[in-house]
Design a protein around this ligand. Structure first.
Ligand code: FDA
Length: 307
């Protein structure tokens, strides 16, 4: 019940101001977004990679309102690529981007987002890594997939995300599995209407398994984005049935969620990639993490009251 309310709040400017100004917010936010600047995030990158984990880095931000903000987002990612190069971690650390942060929702946004994301993809490729396009709400996805196709002409390693809760996803998965793409499958984190998405957890989980089977049996590189223990064992079984070796798929989880499981899967020989977000515009990302697990909200509210 609470999840949809929190997701609605994630798009409210009034709530954004209220939550961002609360004195205890930062401590709770740090669990999911462990830095605001590239200098603060470098030690985290070093620590996680030293533990045998791979990373995908997200500079938080979305729903920007001016082209200048889109350019600033591009530059923030270019700076990050420079730092990854200096660390010599190009083969271990990739980037995740939200096209709304690159201007997708502005007038002429499709072309603007493509123009802003391309230099990041080029810079990533030059140091031996790649970029994955995150999936945002369903109204943005035709544009996201078209940009993905365009980028893949020059950079076939560019990945994208598909969301099990959307009815369209089984068809998207078949197309991507046939054309050999890197694809991260997630359950989906936005508030979507019943006309386009499953609403019940058991329906979403069943769709996740169907889509995952398609990806595992296809030609691409499946990236299993979930913390759900049941889905993780099913993924291992489906990979085995499809004859995939350990380096022919990977697991991905979010920083701050089930950290022991990250290490356990890596120790078993799996490629385990941790999605690590940083930056100052953390509100939308943080609220989606609260919506996924209402206990997080109780913890947040309790820390505000007891402070
Ligand atoms: P589920 O929500 O059922 O959680 C399973 C278990 O994991 C829970 O019981 C709990 O123990 C733990 N858990 C999950 N979320 C938690 C939280 N916030 N706090 C504490 N514990 C938690 N979505 C999207 O729409 N577009 C995208 O591009 C991405 N990208 C993305 C990348 C990666 C690497 C991951 C792992 C996830 C995403 N997501 C996403 C988010 C995704 O859609 C989904 O909302 C979350 O992963 C939660 O779903 P689970 O599959 O973990 O299952």
């Amino acid at each position: 019940m609470l999840g949809p309310v929190i997701l609605a709040a994630s798009r409210s400017d009034r709530m954004r101001r209220l939550v961002s100004a609360a004195p205890v917010t930062k401590q709770v936010v740090d669990r999911f977004i462990p830095g605001e600047t590239v200098d603060e995030i470098v030690p985290i990158i070093e620590d996680l990679t030293a533990k045998g984990l791979e990373l995908t880095m997200d500079v938080v931000g979305e729903d920007i309102t001016t082209p200048e903000q889109a350019t600033a987002a591009r530059d923030a990612y270019l700076l990050l690529v420079e730092r990854i190069k200096d660390l010599g971690l190009g083969t271990r650390v990739e980037m995740s981007v939200k096209l709304s942060m690159f201007g997708q929702a502005l007038p002429g946004g499709h072309e603007l987002a493509l123009a802003n994301v391309r230099p990041v993809v080029e810079a990533a490729a030059a140091i031996g890594t790649t970029v994955t396009l995150d999936a945002e709400d369903h109204t943005t996805l035709d544009s996201m997939f078209a940009i993905h196709d365009e980028l893949r002409k020059d950079f076939p390693q560019t990945g994208c995300v598909i969301q099990a809760y959307l009815f369209r996803t089984e068809a998207d998965a078949r197309r991507l599995a046939e054309n050999g793409s890197r694809v991260r499958l997630v359950k989906g984190a936005y508030k979507e209407p019943a006309e386009v998405a499953y609403q019940q957890k058991h329906e979403i989980d069943k769709a996740y398994v169907r889509v995952l089977r398609t990806l595992m049996e296809g030609e691409g590189y499946p990236m299993v984005g979930s913390h759900d223990p049941r889905l993780i064992s099913i993924a291992q079984e489906l990979a085995h049935q499809a004859g995939r070796k350990l380096d022919e798929y990977e697991f991905q989880m979010l920083y701050g969620i089930r950290g022991d499981e990250h290490l356990r899967l890596a120790a078993e020989g799996h490629r385990m990639r941790v999605y690590t977000a940083y930056g100052t515009d953390w509100y939308g990302y943080f609220m989606r993490r609260l919506a996924e697990k209402p206990a997080n909200l109780r913890f947040f509210v309790r820390s505000m009251i007891t402070k």
